[in-house]
Design a protein around this ligand. Structure first.
Ligand code: FAD
Ligand code: NAD
Length: 459
């Protein structure tokens, strides 16, 4: 796009870092004709994380939850440039970003406005051995790693003598972290064993053990007590070994060391999946360090009620998991609403920028016009740019065996769905409606149908 509009006013550079929930929600609503929009992300696709745990076991195909970013951008009226790269440095004073691509080529890009939506990374709490031996479940490649590991372990175990202790170890799948990611992952693994492996290789399936390890006295802390209790009983009944009050202290290539009531225990594993939450990415930490007087929380970027970064309010916005604000969990729901909110903010900023330009362009402008500009400015600031208001709609979690739990807020009232078939249907409908494209919605629906009629894909 040209760098000026027809009236000669400058078209500002809007840089968006990321292609996840926050960035895509913003892009879908943003009027891209109003800015030179540059999207920078190492990932050239959007990943529908709520169904990520369904993919390693083939309940849903990984490709079905990936939407190429260019498919999303192609639907926009204005041109948007996408650069496959990582932002490595941000200079908030000179409004400059250094980016580096997969081939170590670097580039500097300048911005008038920057939106940070780089998400977060899996945390290990610096527990020794986790990074080297565990598999996370956060990105598309994690799903492929888990799938490979499951299939390799099964084939290796099938090769071994039934009494070989190595066989038992290979078939021990341990999931650490009883948040929704860990619970959903353990549930999908158990479904895979009960519904698919039991038909193909019953002699292996009956020897597989799945453990879910949680350091606190209960799992799913964001849910109501009744739902937690129901889920814990449900999980135990479905043959998952639920280990509560069990804090992982160390990991080596064959076992995890846990602490239970101040005593150490060893749990051997063949596959270890790590889901203990998230921490800020390096680029987020570095940006915070540039503004030490304002960015004082190590859990994420601090923003104000208009999602402006503290210390760089005039030019940087931050949304989603890279931010930290009390009361808002790092969820897709929050990032999505923040992205939508920002699209409107940029519409208003565009109007304000035009007014600014007009007011400065001609110093001989009549007092009447100057006064009109000021009135319009004031009106936009007071009536069109309101604070971000999060509207909590509820939380859902899949708990296995075609059951789900849900906590819903409808018209200000709280409702719960506790594992009924209707809850599972509701879970499916909600996730289908959240898909970012018709293509994704159809592909996920078809995957579910395929599994229903023909079972999971085994390879
Ligand atoms: P992300 O969606 O993670 O996107 C971050 C983007 O930034 C990515 O494109 C990444 O490649 C890019 N990036 C990273 N580093 C850089 C860099 N240096 N420069 C430029 N770009 C960069 N939430 C729910 O509400 N409901 C659910 O059911 C749910 N299920 C989940 C299941 C799983 C398995 C996981 C892992 C998370 C789930 N979440 C769910 C949480 C949800 O996915 C996150 O809260 C959400 O993705 C946050 O959006 P975001 O835009 O901040 O970050
Ligand atoms: P989380 O932070 O919600 O849960 C991590 C769990 O790991 C905690 O219960 C914690 O006590 C436990 N833990 C931490 N260290 C441990 C250790 N050393 N040993 C044993 N247990 C340990 O993390 P998550 O499940 O990855 O979720 C991250 C975010 O994504 C959350 O905001 C969550 O709401 C969101 N999410 C939502 C859904 C959903 O809505 N269905 C699904 C997945 C993720």
């Amino acid at each position: 796009q040209t760098s000026t509009f027809k009236d000669g006013s400058p078209r500002k550079n809007l840089v968006i870092l990321g292609t996840g929930w926050g960035a895509v929600s913003l892009l879908q609503k943003l009027d891209t004709t109003q800015y030179n929009v540059i999207v920078v992300s190492p990932r050239n696709y959007f990943l529908f994380t709520p169904l990520l745990t369904s993919t390693p076991v083939g309940t849903v195909d990984l490709k079905s939850i990936m939407e190429p970013i260019r498919h999303i951008l192609r639907r926009k009226k204005g041109e948007v440039v996408y650069l496959e790269a990582n932002a490595t440095d941000i200079d908030p004073f000179n409004k400059n970003i250094t980016i580096i691509d997969n081939y170590q080529e670097t580039k500097n890009i300048t911005y008038d406005y920057l939106v940070m939506c780089v998400g977060a990374e899996s945390t290990t709490f610096h527990i020794p051995g986790v990074k080297e031996n565990a598999i996370f479940i956060k990105e598309a490649y994690d799903s492929l790693k888990i799938k490979d590991k499951i299939l390799n372990n099964i084939e290796r175990a099938a090769f071994l003598d039934i009494n070989d202790p190595k066989r038992k170890q290979l078939l021990s799948f341990v999931v650490v972290g009883g948040g929704p990611t860990g619970v959903e992952m353990a549930a999908e693994l158990q479904d895979y064993v009960n519904e698919s492996l039991s038909k193909w290789i019953p002699e292996i399936s009956k020897d597989i053990s799945i453990s879910l390890v949680e350091g606190l006295p209960n799992i799913l802390n964001m849910f109501d007590k009744n739902l937690i209790e129901f889920t814990q009983n449900f999980i135990r009944d479905s043959n998952i070994d639920l280990l509560l009050n069990t804090f992982v202290k160390g990991v080596d290539e064959n076992s995890v060391t846990v602490e239970v009531n101040n005593t150490k225990q060893i749990i051997p594993y063949g596959m270890l999946i790590w889901a203990t939450g998230i921490q800020p990415r390096e680029i987020t930490r570095k940006l915070g360090q540039e503004l030490p007087r304002f960015q004082t929380d190590r859990r994420g970027l601090l923003i104000n009620s208009k999602l402006q970064l503290l210390g760089a309010e005039d030019s940087i916005y931050a949304i989603g998991d890279c931010t930290f604000h009390t009361g808002l969990a790092p969820t897709a729901q929050v990032a999505h609403q923040e992205g939508r909110y920002l699209a409107n903010i940029f519409k208003q900023l565009h109007k304000l920028d035009k007014l600014d330009w007009e007011s400065k362009k001609d110093s001989n402008q009549s007092d009447i016009r100057q006064a009109q500009i000021e009135t319009q400015r004031k009106y936009i600031l007071e009536h069109k740019i309101s604070d971000f208001q999060y509207s909590y709609k509820g939380t859902l979690a899949y708990i296995g065996s075609e059951r789900a739990i849900a906590e819903l807020k409808i018209a200000g009232r709280d409702y719960q769905l506790r594992g009924s078939p209707f809850a599972f249907l509701f879970w499916k409908i909600v996730y289908l409606s959240m898909c970012v494209s018709v293509r994704n919605t159809l592909m996920v629906s078809m995957d579910w149908c395929k599994v229903y009629f023909f079972g999971r894909n085994s390879v």
